[in-house]
Design a protein. Structure first.
Length: 157
């Protein structure tokens, strides 16, 4: 797996994986609708704005906590601290939750369906490739603390 596309993708910051998937969906929008019916442009854009703002706040808050603790946000790198406060009390991955909410919100604001159709690809990559890598590294660096934290806090929400 050393030169595999998945291994190469791990060098791309996760927020850019979300952006890339979204932009692929925007490109597909040009070829035709995905066949998902909207509740109406006003409802979709209002709900989208609420989700986008909530996601941006959660992701930004989570990132700010990491920067204050001077620890890494790069999957696989050694962490200097195990963060369990703020949104990390409710989710072990609030940055990814926030990015997902912002992604869905953006699609609602712009009334785009293809990005929503493609979102499960990004979530599968994050859930089955990125997070297990992060979790194994945290288990190595903080064995007892991370085991207790995993038992207490869910992966997503």
């Amino acid at each position: 797996m050393s030169g595999s596309p998945v291994r190469l993708l791990l060098h791309v910051p996760v927020p850019w994986v979300f952006v890339g998937c979204y932009l692929l969906g925007v490109g597909l929008e040009r070829f035709g609708p995905a066949g998902i019916r909207s509740a109406g442009p006003w409802i979709g854009s209002t709900a989208g704005a609420v989700l986008f703002i909530a996601g941006a706040v959660i992701a930004g808050w989570s990132l700010w906590i990491f920067h204050r603790a001077r620890t890494t946000t790069t999957p696989g790198e050694r962490s200097n601290a195990l963060i369990t406060r703020g949104p990390y009390r409710f989710s072990r991955n609030p940055m990814y939750v926030g990015l997902t909410l912002a992604y869905v919100g953006e699609a609602g604001i712009l009334g785009q369906n293809w990005p929503l159709v493609l979102l499960p690809l990004t979530l599968a990559y994050v859930n089955w490739i990125v997070i297990p890598l992060e979790e194994s590294r945290l288990s190595e660096v903080f064995p007892a603390e991370y085991t207790e934290y995993r038992a207490r806090v869910r992966r997503w929400i």
